[in-house]
Design a protein around this ligand. Structure first.
Ligand SMILES: C[S@@+](CC[C@H](N)C(=O)[O-])C[C@H]1O[C@@H](n2cnc3c(N)ncnc32)[C@H](O)[C@@H]1O
Length: 238
């Protein structure tokens, strides 16, 4: 039983409040390593078809934009999220000078009820998003439904390092340092950066995440821990 309030309205409001500073906070709190994690994710997808790609819980769009930049024009990329202020940030990056035609679009949609037909996308991705979806299984099942047979579902998510010593350091950083920096920079009164460590603590990590992916019907599920397992990329095939 979860002790973290992940009700849709709460999550939506929290991200709407931190949207203006989300990117800055992300890069500061992760020492910019999040950019590296997303690049590795794009490479691991090995996209070689012309069908579209969907990035759910896209937020300010960094993963969708990274995919679109690497495969410029080969296929359309859609980023979806239910928080409009986050999407507005994503759209402003898409049209930033020098972006060119990236063939990416950002739409408002709930991951638990995706407005797409079955079997549409060659890959469906999510970065640091599925943990925030109220009903994890429902969100994952929707990702699977809209993915083509043979396509890939990719989840980049925080995980818990298993290294002795490092896991204590990680816990201390997440529990004490990160909420303080986060809150002072974002001035968020919904305690978004207390929510972050609590939601990570409760979310499946490693083998448990792979079991969850298999239980919804993904096969050939594999994991790549990054930065000593602080984040993990999980891939599964439909
Ligand atoms: C931590 S942010 C991650 C954003 C981005 N993917 C990234 O890598 O930085 C989580 C995002 O998930 C979105 N989200 C949470 N639950 C959602 C849902 N049920 N449907 C759509 N978006 C959701 C939030 O609005 C937020 O933008």
């Amino acid at each position: 039983m979860s002790t973290v309030d992940k009700s849709r309205d709460r999550v939506k409001k929290m991200f709407a409040e931190i949207a203006p500073r989300y990117d800055l906070l992300n890069h500061v709190l992760s020492l910019n390593i999040d950019t590296l994690w997303r690049s590795r994710t794009v490479r691991a997808l090995e996209l070689n078809q012309t069908d579209p790609v969907l990035d759910v819980c896209t937020g300010t769009g960094d993963l969708a934009l990274a995919i679109a930049r690497k495969h410029r024009g080969v296929f359309p990329v859609i980023g979806s999220d239910f928080c409009l202020p986050m999407l507005q940030r994503a759209r402003s990056k898409q049209t930033a000078p020098g972006s060119g035609d990236l063939n990416v679009s950002f739409i408002e949609a709930d991951t638990e009820q995706l407005p797409f037909p079955d079997n549409k996308f060659q890959a469906v991705t999510v970065a640091f998003g599925i943990r925030n979806v109220s009903e994890t299984n429902r969100g994952l099942s929707e990702m699977l439904r809209v993915c083509k047979p043979g396509g890939v579902v990719a989840i980049l998510e925080f995980s818990r390092p298993t290294f002795p010593g490092l896991s204590q350091l990680y816990d201390a950083y997440f529990r004490w340092v990160l909420p303080k920096i986060g809150q002072s920079l974002s001035k968020n009164d919904q305690s978004a950066y207390n929510y972050l460590p609590a939601s990570v603590r409760e979310f499946p990590s490693g083998r448990a995440m792979m079991d969850l992916m298999e239980s919804i019907g993904l096969r050939d599920v594999r994991q790549t821990p990054m930065t000593f397992g602080v984040a993990t990329l999980y891939l599964g095939t439909k």
